[in-house]
Design a protein around this ligand. Structure first.
Ligand code: ATP
Ligand code: MG
Length: 183
């Protein structure tokens, strides 16, 4: 499963519909301070279900919606879509059959987020389920931010175990067991 492109509209500084392509395994995003490089990473976390505004460098969830500039009025809706190449069939279960998987999240100023999987409306849980055990996900080791390496090095064995279990694909089953036990 490989990220092919990100489509943004109304998300943070990306007010107009913008496609950020990832044509190969190694892509560098460069640009002057404040041009929106980190906003692209925030967009990826956000689609994958991040629910903490602080993790997205904002104070409230509405801070992800373009809030205007000297030349442009604010907009009412933010949308981000991740398009994955799944020709290796790594996305498990019912999604293995799709060679392309699209995951989209949309939010308006009024409130609730809506999620879409291959264009069909779904629950946030369906999105987190899709990524669980793949190493992707809003807080996974797929996104390594400043300070994270030293945090991993200094983490306690039980914290380290969470990363190892995700890498080994065990976390998915642990989550299912936890849900069953809580029923
Ligand atoms: P640096 O090199 O300093 O890390 P960067 O390229 O990572 O910079 P970002 O942090 O991605 O920059 O982008 C910051 C810009 O995004 C700021 O100009 C900020 O005003 C703008 N921005 C953030 N949220 C919004 C929003 N909701 N609406 C409009 N603009 C926003
Ligand atoms: Mg930055």
């Amino acid at each position: 499963m490989r990220l092919e492109k990100i489509k943004l509209a109304g998300f943070k500084s990306f007010v107009d519909p913008t496609t950020v392509p990832f044509p190969s395994a190694l892509v560098g995003v460069v640009g002057p301070n404040g041009c929106g490089k980190s906003n692209v990473i925030d967009a990826v976390r956000w689609v994958m279900g991040e629910s903490s505004a602080k993790m997205l460098r904002g104070e409230s969830m509405a801070d992800v919606i373009f809030n205007g500039s000297s030349a442009r009025k604010p907009v009412g809706v933010a949308s981000v879509e991740l398009v994955f190449d799944n020709s290796d069939g790594k996305a498990g279960g019912q999604y293995a059959q799709y060679s392309t998987i699209s995951v989209r999240r949309q939010v308006s100023r009024e409130g609730q987020s809506t999620y879409f999987l291959n264009g069909v409306r779904c629950r946030r849980r369906d999105i987190t389920d899709l990524f669980l055990g793949t190493g992707l996900g809003p807080r996974s080791y797929a996104i390594i931010e400043q300070g994270m390496i030293s945090r991993i090095i200094e983490s306690r064995p039980e914290e380290l175990r969470v990363y190892l279990e995700e890498a080994a694909g065990i976390s998915k089953y642990k989550e299912r067991r936890r849900e069953t036990e809580n029923r």
